[in-house]
Design a protein. Structure first.
Length: 319
């Protein structure tokens, strides 16, 4: 029995559920809790634990799960007429996450605390360094003087990116922040770094960028020809489907080994790794997303990632 935790309209989850045809699969969004679902943890006093999910008149015994996919679940949402909504939603979130974390089945990509730790860019950079990956020279700081010194040592050829999240809300608007080169005009605002740290990296020349998707012990690698389009020159996430070729990539054996070991060392069973291939053929590590999107790279490069995730989830029954 497999549980998929994700939000409504998740095409990635839908594709994998199709690959799980014939398996006992339940898809659930914790945003439906507590208004239209119940969650329960019972400790009957005999040394056992009973965890259940109730929805639409059905009671699912979660201790019988063989695998859970912590895909992209929403947070619990209180009833609109509930008093102290923030408090109620926090109580519901703690119950839900305690329940998922306590399950003994296979977790893809991992339990929530492990995912959260693996997503921290400074942490993953240190693990990648220990494994022998080549990294761009990097500085994580909120010291304007250190930032300016780094900028001048690299003759202005540096990029910045967030320490953790690249999307946030402020004053009712949603903003996005991707890797971007530092311009001379940006230097006039360097003092603002005192208020929030940033990752600064030496710019690495690119021949292509590579997305490596690790699923269990399988590895799928695709090269993104980001330099052919101005939209993607600095960050392929500004992906231009009409102008950016994406092809399967032949990853060198040692780099492939490091990618598999990085996912294992981070405690994950899935990871989307971003690399740069330099003009002279070196593979340089940028970051890993423990829950990165995969459908676009599957379709563009013809890689059977959804099927591999389905196989991984089904393998929980034999673990």
């Amino acid at each position: 029995m497999i549980l998929v935790l994700t939000s409504a309209g998740d095409e990635h989850a839908e594709r994998v559920v199709e690959a799980l045809a014939g398996a006992d699969v339940t898809v659930f969004d914790p945003a439906d809790f507590p208004v239209s679902a119940t969650l329960e943890i019972g400790l009957p006093g005999d040394g056992s634990t009973l965890r259940t999910l109730g929805r639409d008149g059905r009671r699912l015994v979660l201790d019988e799960l063989t695998a859970i996919w912590y895909r992209r679940p929403g947070n619990p949402v209180a009833h609109p007429r509930t008093l102290a909504r923030d408090h109620v939603e926090e109580e519901c979130r703690i119950l839900a996450e305690s329940l998922w974390d306590g399950l003994g089945c296979l977790k893809v990509p991992a339990s929530r605390p492990v995912i959260d730790r693996a997503a921290r860019k400074p942490y993953q950079l240190d693990i990648a360094r220990r494994l022998g990956f080549e990294l761009p020279e990097t500085l994580v700081t909120n010291d304007p003087e250190s930032f300016l010194d780094f900028y001048h040592r690299h003759e202005g050829r540096v990029i910045t990116k967030p320490v953790h999240g690249n999307q946030w809300e402020a004053a009712g608007e949603r903003f996005g922040r991707f890797a971007a080169p530092v311009t001379p005009a940006d230097l006039g605002h360097a003092d603002a770094l005192r208020l929030c740290p940033v990752i600064v990296q030496a710019y690495v020349p690119k021949r292509v960028e590579v997305r490596v998707t690790v699923v269990g012990g399988e590895l799928f690698s695709a090269e993104i020809h980001s330099q052919v389009s101005n939209h993607t020159r600095h960050d392929w996430r500004h992906y231009d489907p009409g102008a950016t070729p994406v092809l399967p990539h032949d990853l060198p054996g040692e780099v492939a080994r490091r990618c598999l070991e990085l996912v294992r060392r981070l405690g994950l069973s899935y990871g989307a790794i971003d690399l740069i291939v330099t003009p002279d053929g070196r593979h340089v590590f940028l970051e890993i997303n423990p829950n990165g999107q995969f459908l676009w790279i599957e379709e563009a490069a013809g890689l059977p990632i959804s099927a591999a995730i389905g196989d991984l989830l089904k393998s929980g029954a034999t673990r």
